[in-house]
Design a protein around this ligand. Sequence first.
Ligand code: ZN
Length: 386
Amino acid sequence: MDKVFLHQLLGRPTAPFRESHVASLVYEFLIQEKIPYFVDPIGNIVVGVDSKNSYLKKVKDKYKEPVRIFIAHMDHPGFHGAKWVNEKTLAVTWHGGTPRKFLNGARVWLADKTGWKGEGIIQKAKLNPMGSALASSWIVIKRLNDSDLKKKYLPQELYGGFAFSAPFWEKNKIIYTKAADDLVGVFAILSLAKTLKNKNRPFLGLLTRAEEVGFIGTIGHLDLGWLNKARESVVFVSLETSRTLPGALVGKGPIVRLGDRATPFDPSLVQILTQVAQRKLPKNFQRRIMDGGTCEATAAITFGFRAMGISIPLGNYHNQSFEGGPESRGEWGPAPEFVHTKDIEGMLALCEGLMERSELWADPWRSKRENMIASKKAAKHLLKLS
Ligand SMILES: [Zn+2]
């Protein structure tokens, strides 16, 4: 896998509605690799076709197999500036899941549309009414990359998220980072697009915005109605990093996701994915309902599409120190997210497996059914009425 590119992605600032630095790196990659893409009216990136017209044509194409639309999001929970309290203090609004303890004094990074802008410290942290995540806080600016942020910037131009000693680092094959969710999914789709380029396979990628605040980018895309006539010919594959759970542990392989907190996924598609996993990663994958959160497969399902999902187990989900480790501020406090490189490699293998030509798409249950018929045959003598 292309570690250099993965590191570049993890090194980009991102927050809900503030995905431009990830998006610009995605454009650079796609242009360099000569992979077609276009941007939809919401700002999501469609990978594999160069325009709305080619997109509509691709999803209507009569392949023997459905077009697989792989979907991942470019944002990560973070904050937006709201107003200057004084020349060194910015009042901010938080968006998406966050830690809920040991917040005051925690480090954050700041960015604007031109890049990193410095660092600050959280003060006056205020949780939402449920007490489940940060709603607002002050950011006391400590390290400036500009002489005077207040004079130079409208508060709304600045945004940020939790900061650690570096945007990412690797130790014992584990990558620690400010945001693996879901830049690792974005990485997997781009790697797959590169592997498949010039192969004319039924592949598309959809890199979305503002997933962390309720799949806004995905909903915006589906609500365009472009795919309304393609419900039979497309399937969605959500690529996520998901909160670790018993039976879904870091380093034990990617997860064939049976469903999320909202709903189980399409049983025939899960059956296909399970068989791909058995073939590509025998004994090196996990399989369960990942109900620690919801994902974009659910958004697709609510719009009447068939969907499946692959997850990578994510340590310290949404920078909440569930698993602890380096630079954790204590249980429920801020901590770097972490993922295992072996799990990322496994996700790439599953994605490639899903794009191989296969009879599975025509009849996902065939082998299972044949086994059942064989059992019935073996029981034939027992079935005789006495
Ligand atoms: Zn998330």
